[in-house]
Design a protein around this ligand. Structure first.
Ligand SMILES: [Zn+2]
Length: 398
């Protein structure tokens, strides 16, 4: 929406809003001409020319030659630039840290993974590791780009101040994470925020995944705790306290396995990565590094191992059941599963689809797909979120 007709709007606000509208149009339709931007945003051509000049000057747009492919005289085409800037996202997993830096157009500038046992290391050591990784990333990309912000993705609950009241997958309670990372970085010169892995993963799907145009989208994270990032009507749903999508303890099976919360048969106790490994590889014991075990399950499934295949079908059916609950609440167009649920999707999704179909009153119902973004989804979403102020039309300082 362009708020040029609000009588009380301050002129600076109007320019910010209009700048955001120009950036949004170019992001979706690039390459496009100034005349295209004017026609689609409703802004007049002189305003568009002035905004585009300013955005080019700040390195947010660039010109890319002429097109001859249209009626009338050739026009200079515009694309997003953003090669001077990057957003930084870090994801805290149970057994790894992932760092992603991305440019304004979503181009990945850097993707790093580091094995790190956040659950056993505790919050203090994790903050130190996050700060060290941030410094290294800033050093690596800082010669070419200004880092505009850092967002940390956590598998747990995050309040609006960036505090983590509970992240059972990490064994954390009451961790003032954003403030601690800020302090450890000693005034880094860019904003530091924290959000849930699920919220940031769904943001990454919406921006960079194959469902970018979808306005009603859910990302169900895999990993030790299952969380849901919910986009409804194009907006991220956060709820009253910021805890929307904390679906890990949705009751699915009253007689199911015991959950950390003291009850039985919660979503996490049935579909979380530890639950899946424990069920399919009874000899595995407590696991600190999940990936090799998930690869072992994939190999057994590929080889046609009957108990593993049957187990995966049953887990897929439970996944379909959980997705039908989300679907009944939000009526999303697509639900995307990440983490180990995506890695095991070839064996989980057929049973999940059948279960969903049986529970869908009016077909075709929701589409259930595996994420293509891998374990970097939360970090990529963090990098995207860190660029939000520029995308909202604020010019970067300097
Ligand atoms: Zn529970």
């Amino acid at each position: 929406m362009i708020s040029i007709d609000r009588p009380t709007a301050d002129l600076g606000d109007v320019r910010v809003t209009n700048r955001a509208a120009v950036l949004r149009h170019v992001r979706r339709h690039a390459p496009c001409s100034r005349a295209d931007v004017a026609a689609h945003t409703g802004l007049n051509k002189a305003t568009v020319s002035s905004l585009v000049a300013e955005l080019i000057e700040h390195g947010l747009l660039r010109e890319t030659g002429l097109t001859e492919n249209r009626v009338g005289r050739p026009a200079t085409m515009l694309v997003l630039d953003g090669s001077r800037y990057a957003g930084l996202g870090l994801r805290v997993g149970a057994d790894e840290l992932v760092a992603v830096a991305a440019g304004l157009g979503g181009d990945p500038v850097l993707t790093w993974r580091r094995a790190f046992p956040a659950a056993t290391a505790g919050p203090e050591e994790t903050v130190k590791a996050l700060a060290a990784l941030t410094r290294r990333a800033v050093t690596r990309i800082g010669a070419d780009r200004t880092v505009l912000g850092l967002t940390v993705a956590v598998p747990g609950m995050v309040d609006p101040d960036g505090d983590v009241p509970a992240a059972p997958a990490l064994g954390w309670r009451g961790v003032p994470l954003a403030a601690s990372v800020r302090r450890a970085l000693r005034d880094p010169g860019f904003p530091v925020a924290v959000d849930t892995e699920a919220n940031l993963a769904v943001l990454a799907e919406r921006r960079h995944g194959p469902y970018a145009a979808t306005t009603d989208l859910v990302h169900l994270t895999g990993g030790p705790a299952i969380g849901a990032g919910l986009i409804s009507g194009g907006r991220l749903l956060r709820g009253g306290r910021g805890f929307a999508g904390d679906v890990g303890h949705l009751p699915l099976a009253a007689d199911g396995p015991a959950c950390d919360c003291g009850r039985r048969g919660c979503l996490t106790a049935l579909l979380g990565v530890d639950a899946v490994i424990c069920r399919l590889l009874p000899d595995a014991g407590p696991v600190t590094d999940h990936l090799p075990e998930i690869e072992r399950i994939q190999a057994l499934a590929r080889a046609g191992n009957e108990p593993v295949r049957t187990g995966l079908t049953e887990i897929g059916r439970l996944l379909g059941q959980a997705v039908s609950v989300l679907s009944g609440l939000l009526d999303p167009e697509v639900v995307v599963v990440g983490g180990h649920l995506a890695a095991l999707a070839p064996w989980l999704l057929p049973a999940a689809h059948a279960e969903l179909a049986a529970r869908t009153p009016v077909p075709p119902g929701v589409r259930l797909e595996a994420s293509t973004l891998g374990s970097a989804a939360g970090a990529l979403g963090g990098a995207t979120a860190a660029l939000a102020t520029v995308e909202a039309g604020r010019l970067p300082a300097g």
